[in-house]
Design a protein around this ligand. Structure first.
Ligand code: SF4
Length: 319
């Protein structure tokens, strides 16, 4: 497909098929980024979307996701802890709020949060959501409809559940749960009236086709936002030896994924800290329109002040 045809289709708001997006690979990265940027400006505007997370429970996870430092199946030496107390969650919330971040997400390791802990999360969410300063999100695994309803009623407006990778590739990376399990939680979150944040990780040994299939699957699952993470190969995980994606490959991937998700908020999230400033700017002017700021789950993130300078340099506003 010609890039000019792809651009006019995407500008009209129609998503490209995976095959059509793949056919654009003959174009240079600069050409793809420029076109993806035009699609981004048309459909999602010029306001940067920012979110931050707190790891409310770290490690000790029963699942075997090959990329993850928090699985009990891998020896990674991360700091492990059980559910954080309300006051620690409140401090993380205040820190993000005072830094001008728009969304705050409570994230827990594990297949799902046990019902006994749901009450305290709901209490904490109620206490901060009444303030109305930030949108509150949650990422607590494979919750059922009742648990999701409790979170919604407490003030959680968006649920995060990544598909992680293409449907065809997921079984090679995780055997303890399936994408069907994730899709059931995603559908339940939608049913109780939450927005959906559904993304994944690139650089786990997959190719461009799988990245685009992930984008298509997230769009079809009804995602409002797509967190796009780059694998940080963590020593002790089965993916520790996977080569890092090059900067050009990262930029091309984001640009092509924008054509498959023309109206999506694409958050550039974990793993971006290793990239050059130039590459991050290229991604923000080449398809992405959101960023995860602050620290990540088990790895350090980027400096918040420097991030806000970067958004201004990329031509975004924060309000
Ligand atoms: S990605 Fe989530 S479910 Fe998988 S091992 Fe890590 S914490 Fe557990």
């Amino acid at each position: 497909m010609e890039l000019s045809s792809a651009l006019s289709i995407a500008l009209d708001g129609t998503a490209l098929s995976v095959d059509d997006a793949l056919s654009l690979q003959a174009y240079s990265t600069d050409e793809l980024c420029d076109a993806a940027d035009a699609v981004r400006r048309r459909h999602v505007g010029n306001r940067i979307h920012t979110c931050s997370i707190v790891n409310a429970r770290s490690g000790r996870c029963s699942e075997d996701c090959k990329w993850c430092s928090q699985s009990v199946k891998h020896s990674t030496g991360i700091s492990e802890y059980e559910y954080l107390a309300d006051q620690d969650l409140q401090s993380a919330y205040v820190h993000s709020r005072d830094n001008g971040v728009q969304k705050f997400s409570l994230v827990t390791s594990g297949r799902r949060v046990p019902p006994a802990h749901m009450k305290s999360f709901c209490r904490m969410v109620r206490s901060v959501s009444d303030e109305g300063k930030m949108q509150i999100c949650a990422s607590m695994g494979l919750l059922d409809e009742e648990q999701l309803r409790q979170l919604k009623e407490a003030g959680v407006t968006r649920y995060h559940c990544n598909l992680e990778t293409a449907p065809s590739y997921f079984p090679k990376l995780c055997t303890t749960h399936s994408q069907a399990d994730k899709l059931a939680t995603i559908a339940a979150a939608r049913k109780v009236g939450m927005e959906l944040c559904v993304g994944g990780i690139i650089g786990m040994g997959e190719g461009m086709r799988e990245r685009l299939e992930l984008a298509q699957a997230a769009r079809e699952a009804g995602a409002d936002a797509f967190p796009l993470n780059l694998l940080t190969p963590i020593p002790g995980t089965p993916l520790e030896g996977v080569p890092l994606l090059g900067e050009d490959e990262v930029a091309r991937s984001v640009a092509l994924m924008r054509f498959v998700m023309p109206k999506m908020t694409i958050h550039f999230a974990g793993g971006r800290g290793r990239l050059s400033r130039e590459c991050t700017l290229r991604v923000l002017r080449g398809g992405a329109n959101g960023v995860m700021v602050g620290n990540l789950l088990t790895t350090a993130g980027c400096d918040v002040d420097k991030d806000f300078e970067l958004f201004a340099d990329a031509g975004y506003s924060n309000n």
